[in-house]
Structure formats: C-alpha cells, structure tokens
Ligand binder design. Structure first.
Ligand SMILES: Nc1nc2c(c(=O)[nH]1)N[C@H]1C(S)=C(S)[C@@H](COP(=O)(O)O)O[C@H]1N2
Ligand SMILES: [Mo]
Length: 330
C-alpha cells in the first residue's frame, strides 16, 4: 500500500515537473514566474520521496532482467535531471565539456520521461478511489509544503553564497553582458547554422517590397529589449531598425510569418506588429553574422527562439498565429 502510494506520487510529480518545465520554455512571458517556481518545487518533491522509493526498489530487486535495467536507467536519468536543475539555478557551472548545464537538464528530463513511460508499460500503476482520500491529499500537500521549504532554503543558500544564480530573472535565466553587444553568446535553437550572407547585396522582403539593411536602419526605430534564451541566460540590449508596424497594419490578416534564410520560422499575431522590430543594428553597430546579420527579429517579452535571425521574408496571411509547433522543430 505505502509502496503503491509512493509510486503514484512519483509518477504524478515527474509528469507535472515535465509539463511545467516544458511550459516555462514555451511561454517565458511575465506570467511564467509561478510555473518556473512550481517546476522547482515539484522536482524537489521527487528528491524528498527518494528514501521511500529506494526501499521499494530494494524489495523488488529480486526481479532481475531488463525491467530492472529500465528502473535503474529511470533512476539515473531522474537523478541527473534533478542535480543539473539545481546546479543550473546556482549559475556556478554553466558547462560540462561542450554541453551546457541546461542541455544536460533538458536531455536527461526527456530521457527520464521516456524511461518512465516504458516503466509504466512494464509495471502499471493503477489509480484507485482511496488514492484520492482526504488523508492522501493531505500527505501530498505536506510533501509539497516540505519541497517548498527546501526550495526557499536553496534560494537562501545561493543568496548567502552570493552565487551568480542569486540574481536570476523570473524565467530562471542568468544575465550576461547586458548593454555590451560583444559580450553575449550566439546560439542556435537546434542545429541551425550561421549562413554566409553578403550583407551589402542582401535584401529582406517585407510583404511585397525589398529593403537593404541601410534602408531599414534609416527608419530610425530603436528598442531596449531582453533576449532570454531557454539555454538559461538573458541579456538586455538596445536594438535599431524598423518597427513592423511601419509595414503592417491591423486588419491586413491574422498573423505575421517571419522566415529565415535557413528555413527557420515563427508566426506572430498581427496585433504584435508594433512590438516587433526588424533590427539591423545593436548598440548602434551592425549585427554580427552570429547574431543574425544583416537583419534579425527583436520580439520583446518572448523567449529567444522567437527572435528569428537572418530574416529574409516577412509576410502576412490568414493562418491563425497558434497554428505552429509550440517550440521550433528546425
Ligand atoms: N534562423 C534562426 N534564428 C534563431 C535561432 C536559430 O536557430 N535559427 N535560434 C534562436 C534562439 S534559440 C535564440 S536564444 C536566439 C539567439 O540569438 P543570438 O545568437 O543573437 O544570441 O536566436 C533565435 N533565432
Ligand atoms: Mo535559445
């Protein structure tokens, strides 16, 4: 009975941790604070249940074979995801060799879910009415309360040690090189590559007209905005170029499609036109190739993956803005 309860609690916590983790990536606007904190607390709840789970696991050790290997894989992946998550919040170690702490965290997290689904297929956990008894709900509440205290405790330790993670943004990201265009990383979403483009002859097509980067710059629009990558860092910079509202009026369609020469794209609600800047410059200097030269999108309030680089076309159509994968697929 107690074993079943622990297993069920672990299952719910892990799924909830994955859903909140995914959501804080996909949204990342000002409303995500609670989700990011919730992700931390749910995940710490998993650590608190570890002693009970170890007990259950020890008892079922007699069953050998690949099912046991699967359990072990699940335990290791969960452990790595938890450890890398806590380390990520500290900001102390951002890389292990060529991979970032956030990549380890997301990779092991996705791996853990796959192992979990396989584990459930082998050893199903069935819900019973007693699982939702008052007593069990109170137990769940107490567990989350304890996890909340651990969460605050860790935050307090980071503050006392004055580690970089003490000054995180509400998305969980750490600040790098704000105000200095040469001091923040260049990143690609998955495996996109910096294309070779001749900035002088390149033209971006906005609706039906082509513009050079000089022409864009001549519009003279400027905006201070925070680029916040799901990789776990953010930077505040000043960007120059042309606001999309100069070309796109409300009512001309439902969404704005911004495409890169690489094939990467994102779709925005038409109402966002006056909040989106097609930038050719940063801090008054031309963009570097890594940062999206000749022109890249600046999308304040949205996570970095919306900030399409090497933009070659901006079009308007009647496709609803939500008709796209929540995270880029290429
Ligand atoms: N074409 C294209 N644009 C892209 C990406 C990409 O892979 N391809 N990555 C996005 C991601 S995930 C981030 S965080 C920002 C990074 O911008 P930066 O390299 O200037 O820091 O660019 C975005 N724009
Ligand atoms: Mo990113």
């Amino acid at each position: 009975m107690a074993g079943r309860r622990t297993n069920l609690a672990l299952l719910i916590l892990l799924l909830a941790a994955v859903i909140t983790g995914f959501t804080s990536f996909a949204l990342g606007t000002s409303s995500t604070t609670a989700i990011v904190i919730g992700h931390g607390i749910l995940s710490l709840g998993i650590i608190l249940l570890a002693p009970w789970k170890t007990d259950i696991a020890r008892r079922s050790m007699r069953r050998r074979g690949w099912a046991q290997g699967l359990s072990l894989t699940l335990a290791v992946l969960t452990g790595v995801a938890l450890l890398s998550g806590v380390l990520q919040t500290s900001g102390l170690v951002s890389k292990v060799g060529p991979v970032t702490m956030m990549q380890i965290h997301v990779g092991s997290g996705i791996g853990a879910v796959i192992a979990l689904l396989a584990h459930i297929a082998v050893r199903p956990v069935r819900m019973r009415p007693v699982d939702l008894s008052r007593r069990n709900l109170l137990r769940g509440g107490a567990l989350l309360g304890a996890a909340g205290i651990v969460y605050l405790g860790i935050a307090q330790v980071w503050r006392l040690l004055d580690v970089p993670g003490a000054k995180r943004r509400f998305t969980g990201s750490h600040e790098v090189g704000s105000g200095d265009p040469n001091q923040f990383p260049t990143t690609q979403w998955l495996n996109d590559r910096v294309p070779v483009i001749d900035s002088d002859s390149f033209r971006v097509r906005i609706l039906d007209t082509e513009y050079s980067s000089q022409q864009l710059m001549a519009f003279g629009d400027s905006m201070d905005a925070t680029l916040d990558c799901t990789g776990g860092w953010f930077t505040v910079q000043s960007w120059q170029g042309a606001s999309l509202s100069r070309f796109i009026g409300e009512g001309s369609g439902r969404s704005i499609l911004v495409r890169s020469v690489t094939g990467y794209w994102r779709r925005f609600p038409i109402e966002d036109a006056d909040r989106l800047l097609l930038a050719s410059h940063i801090g008054g200097e031309p963009l570097t190739p890594g940062h999206g030269a000749p022109m890249r999108l600046v999308a304040p309030g949205r996570r970095g993956f919306w900030w399409v680089k090497w933009v070659d076309s901006v079009t308007v159509d009647d496709v609803p803005p939500w008709w796209q994968p929540p995270l880029p697929v290429a």
